[in-house]
Every structure is written in C-alpha cells, then in structure tokens.
Design a protein around this ligand. Sequence first.
Ligand code: MEV
Length: 430
Amino acid sequence: MSSTFPQNARSSRISGFHKMSPEQRLAEVESFAGLDAATTAQLGKAGNIDPHLADHMIENAISTISIPVGIATNVKVDGRDVLVPMATEESSVVAAVCNSARQCYDAGGFITSMSSTNMIAQIQLVGASDPENARIRILERKAEIAEICDACDPMLVKLGGGFRDLEVRIIESKGGPMVITHIIVDTRDAMGANAVNTMAERLAPQIEGWGQGKVYLRILSNLADRRLARARATWPVEAIGGEKVRDGMIAAYQFAAADPYRASTHNKGIMNGISAVVLATGNDTRAVEAGAHTYAARNGRYTSLTHWEADKDGNLTGAIELPLAVGLIGGATKIHPTAQACLKVLGVSTASELAQIIAAVGLAQNFGAMKALATVGIQQGHMSLHANNVAIAVGAVGEEVAALAAILVEKKQVRQDVAVAELAKLRGQG
Ligand code: MEV
C-alpha cells in the first residue's frame, strides 16, 4: 500500500534514545527531521525549567514549551483577596476573570467550600461465580482493608489522611457481572493518585481471595465525586448592566442546561479558567478535565457545570460544583519551580484552598463568557487580543504590533491577509 506521507530515509527506531541527554536527543531529532539551524536552536532554548529537570519529569525530553502565565486580579474568595496565576495560550481568558470578579467584588466576591479530600480507587474483579456473595464477603473485610491501605502510607496517616470507607458494586458488562471494589481514601494535600493506586495494587490478592475471581484493573477513578469543590457568588443586577443582561445570561445558562451541544462549549469556557490555574500550579489538567466532564454527565445526560438564577432582590447568582483533585505535594507541583512560585503567589496552605479558588475562577470565567455571549458577542473582546497575535504572526515587531492590531480592529477585519497588506502600508511599502 503506498503512503501519502513523505518517506523518511531514517528509521524512528533510534537505539538508546532514552539514555541520551536532552541535547543528544535533539541532535538526533535534528538529523532525522532535517531541521534547519534556527528550528533546532528554538527547540534548544530552555524556558523556565532546565531541560535536565524536564528529563526527570518525562521520558525522551528534548525541549520545553512556554505558555504565558497571566494574573487574574479582583478575586476575593471567602473574604480573602487573591492574585490568581493562570497559564493559558488563549487570549481573553485572564481578562474575562478580572472583569467578572470585579463585578462581584463589592458584593463580597466568591463563597467556596469543599466536600472532602477523599479519592476513590477501583479494583475490578471478574469471573466470580457468586458476585452477590462475593460483594458481601469483601464488605465484611472492611477493617482488614483499612489496615492494609493505611500500612501502605504511614506518612499520609500521620498527616490525618488514610482509608475512610469501602463500597462494593456489581456492574453488568458485556463480559458478565463484575464486582467493583471502591476504596475511599483521604489524600489530604496530595492529589492522591500515587497513594490510592498503591493501595489498590496491594489489595488485589486479598480481593481475589475473598471474591473468588480474577482481579485485573487497580486504579483511581477520575470521577472524584467525593472531592467536590463548590463556589457561589452574587452579581448585583446594576453592576452587570441591568435586568436585560441578567435575563440574557440566565437564558444562556438554561440553553446549556438543556442542550449537550451548548453545554459542551459552556463547560469548555469554564475549563478555560479551571485548567489554566491547574496548569499554572503543576497539577494534572487531564485528571481535572475528565472528572469535570464526567460529573457533568452523571445523571445520564451531559449538562452545565454551573447554575444561574435571579435571587429575590433580582440580582444574578451563580454556583458551580465539580470534582477538583488537585494537590500541593507530589508530581510536577513539587518539582516545577514555576508551579512552586505560582503557589506562593496564591498563598494557599491546603489543597482544598487551592481547589476552592479554582472553582471560583471557573465560575467567574463562565460569567464572563455568558455575559459577552448574551450581549455584544465574544468576537469584539476576543478580536482585540487576537489582533495582536495576528500582527505578530505576519511579522510585526516592537511598536508595529499595537499599531497594526489597532488597524485590524478598527477595520473589523482581523485576518492574516489584511494584516500582511496593512503591515506593508505601515512600513511605507504598500
Ligand atoms: C471560548 O474558548 C469559550 C467560549 O466559547 C465559552 C462559551 O461559549 O460559553 C466563549
């Protein structure tokens, strides 16, 4: 079968690649891909982590990619003012939080809470001939299970965490019934994946014995619905531009609540804020995103992560609730110097505080998107910032960037072809 890809003379089976230094690997990649010197130099530039630290974080590292970190201002959470670092490549995201938070600041900002810091790990048992009995046999061993789990992580127990509860479910699958054990573990200031995965793996032989079946998977669930972060806020109707704006925003929410096509985009906007803080603090964006979207579908139909209403005084109130498994210790949070610095900016001392601030940012982000969508549309605000990117993309430098961006916005034509022509004019070449 002929391939439409250009054929490469070299093989991708590079012996010992994983043992090389990042610089040696980059040289291999340069020669494999036929990179020019400027491209290789670009990949060789260290961002704000040393390539050798990157090499400890992941396999086969050759480079790092820097994403801007912006600060969301005006954020008040539970009476405390915070500056929130957000790592994002998308324009308008940080500005939207600043504006949204400003409009509820005088009314008290965000009130937040957290259900617990409990995580769930699952142990899958198949082939039990008597799944109902197997379930009860496993439940009878709760005290032993608690002991085995806690023995895996004495430090966690010392810090007040450890095993909390046991659940055993029977699920019907294409392969017949499965007995699914959930261990519920308080992982405190850790995101907890390592702690609960170790416990689940350690328990597997016992579960096989008690359940009389075969254990396959032993892994945490990202549907961390015991670790829910909540935030709410009230926006005075006059601060948001009146009843018409409020009603348009409530209609926008009702659209998302009723329609998965809209809910997907509505929640994507929420995650613009949430993932940006999760990333800035070195936490696992995919874990949080998986948990959020699954939670949004928990009742069988995908819906909005937020809820919006008018209160008895006619003000707009919003609330968000979602699983937020983030930590302060372990993983990239602990070793990435910029993540550490971002945590210092936030001034948080527990993982729950961090999760609660993140929930507030998600709510603010949603407010900003809904307000723009229900009034002027998002292109107006988005395009002014996007115009800068287009200007840079066509080669504008220094003062040319702002000047060219202003022309594109003025013409309401933020497009690459227009930017090329306008840049030439600016340079007297048009
Ligand atoms: C764009 O990144 C996010 C929005 O589409 C969110 C929304 O539609 O609610 C503006």
